[in-house]
Design a protein around this ligand. Structure first.
Ligand code: DAK
Length: 263
C-alpha cells in the first residue's frame, strides 16, 4: 500500500514507521490512523522484522496530538467511534509481538504522548515535550492515557499531568520514568538505531515471549505472572533459537538466530 501520512521502511530486521504530516506537527487524523493500522498489519506478517521504531518527521514533533480540526467537528457518537478506533489501533501497537521503541524527536502531546506510552520504551531528544493537554480542550485523554500513564509512572504523577495539562520537558519526563534516555537532537536517531540493532540480533521467539510475559504479568498477581513466565520459558525451547543460543555459548561463538514465530 502507498502511504501519504506515514512512511514505512524495513531493513535488517528493523522497521521504521515515521508519522509524516509535518505541516500539522504529525497530528493524528482518521486517514493517518487508517494507514497506521494497515502498516501494523503488514509488519505483523513480516517474519523478518524483529523491532519497530516509531518517530515523527520534521524537526518539531513526534505527534502533537489528535487532529484538533477533526475533534472540533465530532458529535458525541462520532467521538465514541473515533476514540474506539484510536484505542483499537493503539492497543494493536501495544500488543504487537515484537519490541517497539518510540524515538520522540519533539512534541508528544495528547494522542502523541499516548502513542509513545503504548511503545515498549521511549528514547527522546532533549528538545522533546510531553503532555496530556486534553483537559484544556474540555475533554480527557481518549487513546488510553488515563490507563497507561498511571500504570507507568504511578497514579499521583499521572493525575497531576492529566488534571493540569502541563507540558513536561524531556528531562522532567525522564525523571519520572516516562522516558528511558535522552539525547542531543542530532544523536537521537543513531542511539535508537543502535539499541534497535542490538535487539534485532536476538531471537524473535524469545523477544516476543519476553515482551508478552512482561505485559501479561503486569496485569496479573505475582503467582499468575510467574506461571505465565514458566509457560513462556518452556515455549522458547520449541524454537531452534534456544538450541542455537546455548550451543553458541558452549562453542564460544556469537549466536545467529534464524527462528521465527512459526518454527
Ligand atoms: N491538530 C491539528 N493541527 C495542529 C495540531 C493538532 N493537534 N497541533 C499543531 N497543529 C498545527 C497548527 O494548527 C499549525 O497549523 P497552521 O496554523 O500552520 O496551519 C501547525 O500545526 C504548527 O503549529 P503551531 O503554529 O501551533 O506551532 P507552535 O510551535 O507555535 O506550537 C504546539 C506547537 C505543539 C505547542 C501547538 O501547536 C499546540 O499546542 N498544538 C496542540 C497540542 C494539543 O493540544 N494536542 C492535544 C490534542 S488533543 C478523544 C479521543 C482522543 C483524544 C481526545 C478525545 N475523544 C474520545 C473525544 C485525543 C486528544 C488529543 O490528542
Amino acid at each position: 500500500m502507498a502511504y501519504s501520512s506515514i512512511e514505512l521502511a524495513c531493513a535488517d530486521g528493523i522497521a521504521t514507521l515515521t508519522f509524516n504530516r509535518p505541516k500539522a506537527l504529525n497530528a493524528l487524523n482518521t486517514a493517518l490512523l487508517e494507514e497506521l493500522a494497515e502498516a501494523l498489519n503488514s509488519i505483523k506478517q513480516d517474519d523478518a522484522v524483529r523491532v519497530l521504531i516509531l518517530t515523527g518527521s520534521g524537526e518539531k514533533a513526534f505527534i502533537a496530538g489528535a487532529d484538533i480540526t477533526e475533534i472540533a467537528t465530532l458529535t458525541p457518537l462520532a467521538a465514541k467511534k473515533f476514540a474506539q478506533f484510536g484505542q483499537e489501533i493503539i492497543s494493536k501497537l501495544q500488543t504487537l509481538a515484537i519490541p517497539v521503541i518510540a524515538a520522540v524527536n519533539g512534541y508528544a502531546l495528547g494522542g502523541g504522548c499516548e502513542m509513545a506510552l503504548a511503545c515498549d520504551f521511549i528514547y527522546a531528544s532533549e528538545k522533546a515535550i510531553f503532555g496530556l493537554p486534553e483537559i484544556t480542550l474540555g475533554v480527557i485523554p481518549g487513546f488510553g492515557g488515563t490507563q497507561r500513564l498511571p500504570r507507568l509512572i504511578g497514579a499521583n504523577l499521572a493525575k497531576e499531568m492529566i488534571f493540569t495539562g502541563k507540558h513536561l520537558s524531556a528531562a522532567e519526563a525522564k525523571a519520572i520514568g516516562l522516558v528511558n534516555k535522552i539525547f542531543a537532537p542530532e544523536e537521537l536517531r543513531a542511539a535508537v538505531d543502535d539499541v534497535a540493532k542490538l535487539i534485532a540480533t536476538k531471537g524473535k521467539a524469545s523477544l516476543c515471549a519476553a515482551k508478552q510475559t512482561v505485559n501479561q504479568g503486569l496485569n496479573a498477581d505475582l503467582a499468575t505472572g510467574l506461571g505465565i513466565e514458566r509457560d513462556a520459558f518452556a515455549l522458547c525451547l520449541a524454537s531452534p533459537d534456544a538450541m542455537e543460543g546455548t550451543s553458541a555459548f558452549l562453542e564460544k561463538r556469537k549466536p545467529v538466530f534464524t527462528g521465527n514465530l512459526h518454527s
